[in-house]
Design a protein around this ligand. Sequence first.
Ligand code: GLU
Length: 486
Amino acid sequence: MLHTASKSSKHSGLMSQVVTRFAPSPTGYLHIGGARTALFSWAYARNKGGKMLLRIEDTDRERSTEAAVIALVDGLKWLGLDWEGEPISQFGRAARHAEVAHELVKMGHAYYCYCSPAELDQMREEARAAGKPPRYNGYWRDRDQSEAPAGIAPVIRIKAPLTGDIVVDDHVQGKVVFKAENLDDFIILRSDGTPTYMHAVVVDDHDMGVTHIIRGDDHLTNAARQIVIYNAMGWTVPEMAHIPLIHGPDGAKLSKRHGALGVEAYRQMGYLPEALRNYLARLGWSHGDDEIFSTDQMIEWFSLEGLNKGAARFDFVKLENINGHYIREADPAYLYDVMLATAAEVGRQVDVDGLGANKDTVLTALPELQPRAKTVLELIDLAQFIYATRPLAIDAAASALLTPDTRAVLKDMAETLRGLNDWSVPEIDAAMRALAEAKGLKLGKLAQPLRAALTGRTVSPGIFEVMVLIGRDESMARLGDQIGAV
Ligand code: GLU
């Protein structure tokens, strides 16, 4: 399913279209940091009327399974992000990477190095002894090929500049200067002919016509090395924006507990993709003080200048609040489908069956439930009074409300309710108020055990609304279950 981009073309000198890319390594899921990088790359391309490409960095053959690629693609699709054309396989472009490496040798910007591992070890030792950082000393840089030992397959090393600065002119980090003397002649092609990651990225980004690279700032030092390759080939260095990584609420590296999960985990926790988009957009990017905005607004407002330099902190409470907002605003028909899909995905088969069998009731109830839920899972729980089957499982808090005394009152209520002509909220309300008054009780004293009996919980929408939603027969039957047949 993966393609290999054709070898292209320098960027046309004309007003070139913005091309961004998302270049994940297939690790088996789309992690939250990757999702944010993809979102920014996508939003920037959209804002500029350009396109985003997807490149799968699948050179690690052990980890790069078809399943891992599918998980990535699914994660992006769920988040509502798209890209132009087919995903491109980095591994599939290995021949092109080798071709460029050899071209660099021909141009005199790279060379074959025949050093054995033992020689490299010795080199590192000598550097260390001299108090220098351990790195390659350029042994084969200017050596004649005629000195090459027989039977040794060489690597190809780039000729990194020996003096001066390499400047990464970054949209987020500003001008970041790397001293050439700190970069050695790094390997671009291994002795087995496979490219190093550093080299493959440059060749791919160039061939794909990428104009803007947005990625985590853990790649900032790679950028300096990559610029060496761009310069050697005479290629235009793309614009770069290295965004600070996401940290946990305590400022430490994001841990699993603090949200370092795949986007599918967020889906399973009941977050809506539009809420996650909104939340992730704010995690490292800002437009004034705006917290809630639509994806269209984000696209309209998105700029590299709005990217923050400080590390973003993941905040589940904020995410929940934003999710709650989107749940409140959502169309019930859409939410209903999400509830079914979520219940199925997290293995709540009973709920799926019940929800499915009660579609109309769930749809009618949803406007009542939406303001009370922060996640789709909470929504499913709140709707349980609709799909629960008799005899209801009564939770501990609700059980505590069902005492001999309150059961006696429930009996009176059942009596009154049975006599009603019209099963409507006003009618039930009036009858219950009259009963409360006759008994000298507050309406709440009546409503709480009633809720416990009819929903098995202590929290639900208005209990009279609940009774109308589930209907007269079901209401009376549930009541009967708690007080003996009525
Ligand atoms: N594959 C790299 C990663 O997942 C990204 C490389 C890049 O964006 O240049 O971190």
